[in-house]
Design a protein around this ligand. Sequence first.
Ligand SMILES: Nc1ncnc2c1ncn2[C@@H]1O[C@H](COP(=O)(O)OP(=O)(O)OP(=O)(O)O)[C@@H](O)[C@H]1O
Ligand SMILES: Nc1nc2c(ncn2[C@@H]2O[C@H](COP(=O)(O)O)[C@@H](O)[C@H]2O)c(=O)[nH]1
Length: 199
Amino acid sequence: MPATPPAPESSRLTVLAGPTAVGKGTVSADIRARYPDIWLSVSATTRQPRPGEVDGVHYLFVGPDRFADMVANSELLEWAVVHGRNSYGTPRGPVQEKLDAGVATLLEIDLQGARQVRATMPEARFVFLAPPSWEELERRLVGRGTEGPEERERRLATAKVEMAAASEFDHVIVNDDVQRAADELVSVMGLAPHPVAGR
Ligand SMILES: Nc1ncnc2c1ncn2[C@@H]1O[C@H](COP(=O)(O)OP(=O)(O)OP(=O)(O)O)[C@@H](O)[C@H]1O
Ligand SMILES: Nc1nc2c(ncn2[C@@H]2O[C@H](COP(=O)(O)O)[C@@H](O)[C@H]2O)c(=O)[nH]1
């Protein structure tokens, strides 16, 4: 019997996408807190930090010139202008280092970025985080309180496009409860979910 070829490093890569305010950041933060074995990529963005966001933790906050340099120097694994405003991208070097070291790696990116990663690393897992309903998505966006009405409209317009693309993904997880959704994501990543403390 021929030996089974080893899985490529990129099979340890999971891409999480989904519409604005569905809870990608919240679910990722829960994973960061409860699953230290999973490494979350830190994206570069030209967006201004929100209150409480820390440079190097939530994002690498860079100016447009630095972002353009990163693109020109092929420093980004993927990148996109999201919601028609700001640029976001995944620094290539740290992702490659983690994958080479055998670390389970999670990217939280938009649909355009997920499609780019699919084209270059098709062995990765692609997960779509969905809201329990459209009305709940709108409630979460308003409730977060970080965008004004105009930006919320832009984000909801993108969300319609992203929702229509859910079937492109290998798995769809409904974010009805943060810890439950995080545990389902961990399970999809091929890791054993931890028991949830206090339940
Ligand atoms: N399961 C949930 N139940 C209720 N509220 C939630 C749940 N998950 C996230 N939220 C809330 O929804 C809001 C949006 O969450 P979050 O910022 O994580 O979304 P996101 O998908 O990262 O958004 P964006 O793509 O716009 O960055 C936050 O106020 C968060 O607390
Ligand atoms: N293509 C990429 N999209 C990214 C990346 N990092 C974040 N994002 C997506 O941007 C939107 C908006 O984020 P916000 O923090 O301004 O609310 C959201 O859908 C993120 O998933 C990235 O590196 N590449």
